[in-house]
Ligand binder design. Structure first.
Ligand code: NOJ
Length: 552
C-alpha cells in the first residue's frame, strides 16, 4: 500500500464517533439536543481527532425505540431541526475534515409510518405487500430480540385478522424487502441522503433485513445487499456501508461479500468486543487473542470496526453461558445492571470501578487493535450511565459539557430534559469536558493523543496482525505490519507491572523501537528487546532506524 491509499479507502484509518443529536447539545433551550447545537460542537469533535461522525436516527419518529422506529425515511425530526440545519452540519463537518454517516434503519418502520397505516387497512391495499403478512401465525419462528418486552415476532392485527412480522418491537413492522417497490424506496432513501452530502450509512440490523427466517422468497438475499452496494457506489464512490451484523465471524465474511468485498464495506466486530471483555474480566489477553486469530481474511477494501460498547446493551451473546457469567460477575454484579439475559446496561468507567489505569488501557487497545475505532459519545471523558433510567436508555444521557446541573447540555429546566444526567459520582460536576479540556493528564487528552497517534500509524488500520510470544502471560504484544512500517502495541491486562522480552524480528540492522506515546528509544540487545510495562500499562511503538523517516 501507499500512504495515499489511505485517502481513497478513508474508512480504514478513520476515527468514528457515534452520537445522538437529541442528547448532544441543545441550542434552543427546549431540553432536546438539535442540529444547530451539534453544529456548535463540530470544532470540539475535530479537535478530538474524529474523522467520521455517525449520527443515530434523527428522522421523524414516535420515539418508542429512541428513533429506531422511523415514520418518514426522508424527513428530519422537527424537534431536532430542519433539512437546512442538517445540511449546515454536514457542510461544517466537511470543512473541519469530518465525514458524516447516518443510520439507515430499513429493516422495519414505525407502525405510524404512512406505508404501514395503509398496509394494515385491507388485504388488497396497494401497500399490503410493503410488509410481511401471514394468515396464520407461523409455528416455527425465531426468538424475539427483546425477551421480557416482547414474546413473539408475529403480531395479530385485528383489522384484517392476519399476523405481521416484527423482528424487534411490535410497533416496528418489518418491511418486505422481497417487494421491488420496497427496494426502490430503500435505494431512493440512500440516494436522498447521499445527495444531501453524507458519506455513507451505518446499516441497522443487517441479518434481519436479509430475513431468511421469515420464509421470504427473494432468491439469494446477499444479491439484494450487493445491489444496494452497487447503487451506493454508482451514486458516490467514497460512500460506505458500516453494517450491524452480530454473527459469528465465518458468517460475517458473507456480509462483506467474501473475497470480492462486494457487500458491506465495514462491520462491527461484536465477537472481538465480547472476547475483549472476557479478557478484561480474566486479566488475561488469551480470549481476545483467540478471537482475533479467528477473524477471517477479507478483501483489502473491507474493514473491521472496533468498539468497546455501543448505544445498546453491551451484549455478551456470543460468549458461552459460563463465560458470560464471568463477565457479569466482574462488571455487572447487580442484576439491575443486566438486560435480556445477555447484556450490560452500564458504561465503561463504572464497570471498571473508575480505575483510570484500566480505563486508559482499554481505550489504548481500542485505538491499536487492527481495524477502525468507533467511540460512543461521552466515552472520551469517561461518562457513566444513569442507573435510574431503565434498560438500554441508561447509557444515552446528555453529553456532559460542563459542571452545571444539566452538564451544559441545555438551559432548560432539568425536568424538561430529554434525559437526566447521572447524579452520583458520575454527575456533570465530576465528569465534564471543560474540566478535562486543559488538563494534560485527563482521559479526554489521553483519547485525543491516541486518536492522533492512530491517525499517524496507518499500519493499525491496514497492517497484518502478529501476536508476539514472550513470557509474561498477562501482557499482549501485538505487531501490525504494512508496507508503510511496523507498529507494536503492548498491553498489560494485570494489576502487576511486568517485563516483556521478545525478538525484534526480521528488521534491518540498527532498527529500534520508537515510543509513540513518550520519548523512549529502545534498542535491541542481541536481537531481543526488553521493556517494562506498568500495572494495566500500555505502550505503543514504531520500528524504525535513523534516517528511514520512521522515528517520529
Ligand atoms: C439495532 C439498534 O442498535 C437498536 O438500538 C434498535 O433497537 C434495533 N436495531 C432495532 O432498530
Amino acid at each position: 500500500m501507499r500512504i495515499t491509499d489511505t485517502s481513497d479507502l478513508w474508512w480504514k484509518t478513520a476515527v468514528v464517533y457515534c452520537l445522538d443529536v437529541e442528547t448532544y447539545f441543545d441550542d434552543d433551550g427546549d431540553g432536546v439536543g438539535d442540529f444547530a447545537g451539534l453544529a456548535r460542537r463540530i470544532d470540539y469533535l475535530a479537535d478530538l481527532g474524529v474523522t467520521c461522525l455517525w449520527l443515530m436516527p434523527f428522522y421523524p419518529t414516535p420515539d418508542r425505540d429512541d428513533g429506531y422506529d422511523v415514520s418518514d425515511f426522508y424527513g428530519v425530526d422537527p424537534r431536532l431541526g430542519t433539512h437546512g440545519d442538517f445540511v449546515e452540519v454536514i457542510r461544517t463537518a466537511k470543512d473541519r475534515g469530518m465525514r458524516v454517516i447516518v443510520d439507515l434503519v430499513v429493516n422495519h418502520t414505525s407502525d405510524r409510518h404512512p406505508w404501514f397505516r395503509e398496509s394494515r387497512k385491507s388485504v388488497d391495499n396497494p401497500y399490503r405487500d410493503f410488509y410481511v403478512w401471514r394468515k396464520d401465525k407461523p409455528k416455527k419462528s425465531a426468538n424475539t430480540v427483546f425477551p421480557g418486552e416482547e414474546s413473539s415476532i408475529w403480531e395479530l392485527d385485528e383489522k384484517t385478522g392476519e399476523y405481521f412480522l416484527h423482528s424487534f418491537y411490535r410497533h416496528q413492522p418489518d418491511l418486505n424487502v422481497a417487494n421491488p417497490r420496497v427496494r426502490d424506496e430503500i435505494a431512493k432513501t440512500i440516494g436522498f441522503w447521499l445527495q444531501l452530502g453524507v458519506s455513507g450509512f451505518r446499516v441497522d440490523a443487517v441479518p434481519f433485513l436479509l430475513a431468511p427466517d421469515a420464509g421470504m422468497d427473494f432468491g439469494d438475499p446477499h444479491e439484494f445487499l450487493r445491489d444496494l452496494r452497487r447503487f451506493l457506489q454508482r451514486r458516490s464512490s467514497e460512500a460506505i456501508l458500516l453494517g450491524e451484523v452480530n454473527l459469528p465471524y465465518r458468517e460475517q465474511l458473507d456480509y462483506f461479500g467474501g473475497a470480492e468485498g462486494s457487500e458491506l464495506s465495514m462491520q462491527f466486530d461484536f465477537v472481538g468486543m465480547q472476547a475483549l471483555w472476557l479478557s478484561l474480566a480474566r486479566r488475561d489477553p488469551a480470549p481476545l487473542v483467540e478471537a482475533l486469530g479467528q477473524r477471517p481474511a477479507t478483501a483489502v477494501e473491507s474493514q473491521w470496526a472496533n468498539f468497546v460498547r455501543n448505544h445498546d446493551e453491551l451484549t455478551l451473546d456470543k460468549l458461552s453461558d459460563a463465560e458470560r457469567e464471568e463477565v457479569f460477575a466482574a462488571f455487572a454484579p447487580d442484576a439491575s445492571q443486566r438486560i435480556y439475559g445477555r447484556g450490560i446496561t452500564r458504561r465503561v468507567p463504572p464497570m471498571l470501578e473508575g480505575d483510570p489505569r484500566r480505563i486508559r488501557m482499554l481505550y489504548s487497545l481500542l485505538f491499536s487493535l487492527p481495524g477502525t475505532p468507533v467511540l460512543f459519545y461521552g466515552e472520551e471523558i469517561g461518562m457513566g450511565e444513569n442507573p435510574e433510567i431503565e434498560g438500554r436508555q441508561s447509557v444515552r444521557t446528555p453529553m456532559q459539557w460542563d459542571a452545571t446541573e444539566n452538564g451544559g447540555f441545555s438551559t432548560a429546566r432539568p425536568s424538561r430534559l430529554v434525559a437526566r444526567p447521572p447524579g452520583n459520582g458520575w454527575a456533570p460536576q465530576h465528569v465534564n469536558v471543560v474540566a478535562q479540556r486543559d488538563d494534560d493528564g485527563s482521559l479526554l487528552q489521553h483519547v485525543r493523543r491516541l486518536a492522533a497517534r492512530y491517525r499517524q500509524s496507518a499500519e493499525i488500520g491496514w497492517g497484518e496482525l502478529e501476536v508476539l510470544e514472550h513470557d509474561a502471560p498477562a501482557v499482549l504484544v501485538h505487531a501490525l505490519t504494512s508496507d508503510l512500517g511496523r507498529f507494536l502495541g503492548i498491553h498489560n491486562f494485570a494489576e502487576n507491572p511486568a517485563t516483556v522480552t521478545f525478538p525484534l524480528g526480521d528488521e534491518p540492522d540498527g532498527s529500534m523501537l520508537v515510543d509513540l506515546l513518550g520519548d523512549a528509544r529502545i534498542e535491541p540487545d542481541a536481537g531481543l528487546v526488553s521493556l517494562e510495562v506498568d500495572a494495566y500499562g500500555y505502550r505503543w511503538f514504531r520500528v524504525g532506524r535513523p534516517g528511514d523517516g520512521r522515528l517520529g
